[in-house]
Every structure is written in structure tokens, then in C-alpha cells.
Design a protein around this ligand. Structure first.
Ligand SMILES: Cc1cc2nc3c(=O)[nH]c(=O)nc-3n(C[C@H](O)[C@H](O)[C@H](O)COP(=O)(O)OP(=O)(O)OC[C@H]3O[C@@H](n4cnc5c(N)ncnc54)[C@H](O)[C@@H]3O)c2cc1C
Length: 464
């Protein structure tokens, strides 16, 4: 029987549907309050575009709560003090939440949990951000696999069901005396990017419908950055406006494309499980011998990489897409990351921090896992001696140069061959196209053959 009142602390699960913490609280209590704490420590690390997206999603959550007669209580401050303060003020009997996997959230939650339990209030965590929670996907050896494929074999055989529906608790409409709440405090649209930014669950549902519609061709299109070939659901997954179980169910496995898309959710789970099991991954290479690599401290090249001015068009197109929109295609993330680590021999952690700041879908477990994969320092990593050639990658995955043309407009007039390596084109041909290297577009900042040898030496030295 429903009793008392409860508090739901929303974090990366900004939805009411398919949300186990919300479902549990709304069926266990007569009255519930929905709380979000804007933590300056996290806000200060995010790009303004990501903060705008968060605020839009919060406004949408507030609107969904209003449909049920409630409101979202938003507080700014350190959750370690704000959450216990609100729990005490509201006189709730339980705090409900969905777990996260990062070292920061684990440390924070331990502090909050201790205070909540000292107040005699129940602390009720659920797992609502992954298909399978950490600790559920163990191989026969009884441990988390350090290689993806064995993990995936168990993952796909492990049953799950959608989380329960919302219960019938009353949602608090005015959660506090003296806490000002304007009518609609946050923007719903992200005017800066203007792209698919209809916030919250409703926007997410529309994006999911589109992704499901295109899912059959996912397998064929996913590596072509010039087309809308992937689901682009990573931002909704990051803020939790969609649950991964809901996506997996909607996509299904009825074609090779659909199965391939669902498999990507297993990669997401795997990186989350790995970080939860090994929090040091954020700073330290999974393979300890690589801690001794002598990285170069080359700020000028790092800035050129960040700003899309390396002189390698496919790399520059990716970095400019990221800077302009806060999102980058996965194939190009791999190539740009590899260029920083392998061709410029710059520490993967610098690149990871930059991506973490700018990406709208920035997710520590996914970002760190993928950067370590590219650097060859992590689990199931690409071999250290695999150095992506950014020209060949561009020629293979952006054959006509359309992606480069979109993001590097100064090269748009070049034909499909020249656009991938403008330095190899004769000066007359370049002049005829109105492009002067070093003026309109940079000369390559590093020689590919030389840098390949340099990185193999650096990795080879610590492998021995
Ligand atoms: C250097 C680097 C950094 C990355 N940083 C992040 C990050 O901070 N946040 C993030 O969500 N993804 C990250 N990725 C993984 C991947 O690039 C994005 O998830 C993907 O591009 C998002 O686009 P999508 O939603 O269209 O993906 P789809 O191809 O449509 O895939 C569907 C979902 O599966 C998951 N997925 C897909 N590819 C991967 C992958 N390689 N690893 C883990 N999960 C995956 C994502 O949740 C994605 O939304 C990174 C990859 C690289 C190489």
C-alpha cells in the first residue's frame, strides 16, 4: 500500500517513461517531489551548448510533470548538501534515484547516501541508464570481460524487460516555501545549434521514430559521415530523455541493420561496466605499461587540431563539425582522435578532456573508453601499431568529399580526388580553383610517414 512521501533525485534520467526510480517512487508513495540539482562543479566543465540542452530538457521535464499536476523543483548548489537539505525540509521517507557509473558520481552519492540514512530516510537506488546493470554480464570465468565480443555474447542472451510504468502518486506542484519558480523558467529549444533540439521526452520520441525508420539501412550507412546514417540518439541517451531499453525494444532485431544498431548499445553498456569496475580508467591507461609513453607537449599543434586547421581535410572537417554543432560522426571521432594521439603524439587525456567539454553527448565512460581504445591503451583496444591514415580514411568513407565540402568550405571547389590531399595538387590547378595553401587553407602540420615512425618508436619503447 502506498504510504508517505518520497523524493526522486533526477540526474541523467530526464524522463518519466521507462524510468525505474520514478516508477518505484510513484507506486510506493502517496506524494512525490521531483528534484534536479544544478551542480556548478559539473556545469563549469560543460560547453554552453550542452548547458543549454540540459536546461531545455529540464524545462521539458517540468512540462511533463505539469501534465500530471506537478512541477520540477530545481536547486543550484552542491548536491552533497542540497539533497539532504531538501529531503529533511520535505519530510520524505525515501530518496529514489538511478545510479551512474563515474568516479565523481559514485563519490558524491556515497556522501549523500550517508547523510540521508543518518536522517533515518531510505536511500533507494535503481539502474535506469543502461540495458544491463554492472555486475550482470559476466563470462563463464565469472568476471567482466576485457574483450567486447565475449561480453556481447552474454549481453545478448541476458533477458530484460521494460521498466514498470509510472504509479499513481500525487506529484508535488509547489515543493517549497520561498523557492521562487517562474512560469516557464528555461528555453525549450536550443537556438544555437538549431538541430533536432526539441527537448525532452517528446523530442526524443520523434528522433527515435526517425532512427527506427532508417534502422534497416544502418549497417550500410553508418560509416558514411556525409549522410544521416546513424541514429543520432547519443545525446538523448546522455541526458536520459530516452532509455536504452526503450530504444532496443523499438529498434528490434528484424534486419541486419537493426541488429547492428542494438549491438552498439552493448558497446555503451560495456564501457560503462568497465569504468564502474575500474574507476582509474579516467586517468590511467588500462594497460599499465603505456603510462610511461613520452607524450609531446605541443600546444600549437593541439590548438590546430582543436580548431580544424591541421591541413588534413577529413580531420579538419570532423573537428569543425564538433566545434560548430557539439556532435561528430563516430568514424570521424576515431580518425580525429587517432590523428591527435598517433600522428601528433599528444596525450589522449588532453583530447578526451576537450571532447568531454564540447560534445553534447559527452559521457565520461564512453569518452574515456573510446579514447583509450583509439590510443591502444585500453581494453580490446585497436593495436598500438594501427595508425589510421587520415587521407585514406577520407577517401574510403567520404569518397566524393561531400562531408569535407560541408565543413571545410574553402576547399569545396576541389574535385573528389584533390579535396582529400590538396597539397598533392599542382599550384596552377589550386590557383585555378582559387585556393592558396598556407593562406586559404593550412599546409599539413605534420608529415604522415614521419609521424607514423615516431609513434611506433614511442609505443615500442614502453612495450619492451
Ligand atoms: C574518441 C571517441 C570519443 C567518443 N565519445 C563519446 C561520448 O562522450 N559519448 C558517447 O555517447 N559516445 C562517444 N563515442 C562513441 C560514438 O562515437 C558515439 O556514441 C556515436 O557517434 C553517437 O552517434 P549515434 O547516436 O548516431 O550513434 P549510433 O551509431 O546510432 O549508435 C547508437 C548508440 O550506440 C552507442 N554507441 C555507438 N557507438 C558507440 C561506441 N563506439 N562506443 C560506445 N557506445 C556507442 C551510443 O549510445 C549511440 O547513441 C566516442 C567515440 C570515439 C571514437
Amino acid at each position: 500500500m502506498a504510504t508517505s512521501s518520497g523524493l526522486v533525485w533526477f540526474r541523467r534520467d530526464l524522463r518519466l517513461g521507462d524510468n525505474p526510480a520514478w516508477a518505484a517512487a510513484s507506486s510506493e508513495h502517496q506524494e512525490i517531489t521531483a528534484l534536479f540539482v544544478l551542480d556548478p562543479a559539473l556545469l563549469n566543465r560543460a560547453s554552453s551548448r550542452r548547458v543549454a540542452r540540459l536546461l531545455g530538457d529540464l524545462a521539458a521535464l517540468d512540462e511533463s510533470l505539469a501534465d500530471h499536476g506537478g512541477r520540477l523543483l530545481v536547486r543550484v548548489g552542491n548536491p552533497e548538501s542540497v539533497v539532504p537539505e531538501e529531503a529533511r525540509r520535505l519530510g520524505v521517507s525515501a530518496v529514489h534515484l538511478n545510479h551512474d557509473v563515474t568516479p565523481y558520481s559514485t563519490a558524491r552519492d556515497n556522501v549523500v547516501k550517508q547523510q540521508i540514512t543518518e536522517l533515518g530516510i531510505d536511500w533507494i537506488p535503481e539502474w535506469g541508464t543502461l540495458v544491463h546493470e554492472p555486475g550482470r554480464i559476466f563470462t563463464k570465468a565469472g568476471s567482466l570481460s576485457q574483450v567486447f565480443t565475449p561480453f556481447f555474447r552474454v549481453w545478448e542472451r541476458t533477458a530484460w524487460s521494460p521498466w514498470p510504468a509510472q504509479g499513481d502518486a500525487e506529484i508535488t506542484a509547489d515543493p517549497g516555501d520561498g523557492i521562487p519558480q517562474s512560469e516557464r523558467p528555461y528555453p525549450v529549444l536550443d537556438g544555437e545549434t538549431g538541430d533536432a533540439a526539441l527537448a525532452g521526452e517528446r523530442g526524443a520520441q520523434a528522433r527515435l521514430d526517425l532512427a527506427v525508420y532508417r534502422a534497416d539501412s544502418y549497417d550500410g550507412d553508418r560509416n558514411t559521415p556525409s549522410v544521416l546514417g546513424t541514429s543520432q540518439l547519443s545525446i538523448d541517451l546522455r541526458f536520459g530523455t530516452l532509455s536504452p531499453r526503450f530504444i532496443a525494444q523499438a529498434v528490434g532485431e528484424s534486419s541486419a541493420g537493426r541488429a547492428a544498431l542494438v549491438r552498439q548499445l552493448a558497446w555503451r553498456d560495456w564501457y560503462a561496466h568497465l569504468l564502474f569496475a575500474t574507476p582509474t580508467l579516467v586517468e590511467q591507461p588500462m594497460k599499465p605499461q603505456y603510462a610511461a609513453i613520452q607524450w609531446r607537449q605541443d600546444d600549437k599543434s593541439f590548438d590546430a587540431w582543436k580548431n580544424g586547421c591541421t591541413g588534413y581535410p577529413f580531420v579538419d572537417a570532423g573537428m569543425r563539425q564538433l566545434k560548430k554543432t557539439g556532435w561528430m560522426h563516430n568514424r570521424v571521432r576515431m580518425v580525429t582522435a587517432s590523428f591527435l594521439v598517433k600522428n601528433l603524439l599528444i596525450d589522449w587525456r588532453r583530447g578526451e578532456r576537450y571532447f568531454r567539454h564540447v560534445l553534447l553527448d559527452a559521457d565520461v565512460s564512453q569518452n574515456v573508453g573510446n579514447w583509450q581504445w583509439v590510443a591502444g591503451t585500453g581494453p580490446d583496444a585497436s593495436p598500438y601499431n594501427r595508425v589510421f591514415n587520415p587521407v585514406l580514411q577520407g577517401q574510403r568513407f567520404d569518397t566524393e568529399g561531400d562531408y569535407i565540402r560541408r565543413w571545410v568550405p574553402e576547399l569545396a571547389v576541389l574535385d573528389a580526388k584533390a579535396i582529400h590531399e590538396p597539397w598533392a595538387v599542382g599550384p596552377l590547378e589550386l590557383a585555378a580553383a582559387g585556393v592558396e595553401l598556407g593562406t586559404d587553407y593550412p599546409e599539413p602540420i605534420v608529415d604522415l610517414a614521419f609521424s607514423r615512425g615516431r609513434v611506433l618508436d614511442a609505443y615500442g619503447a614502453v612495450k619492451r
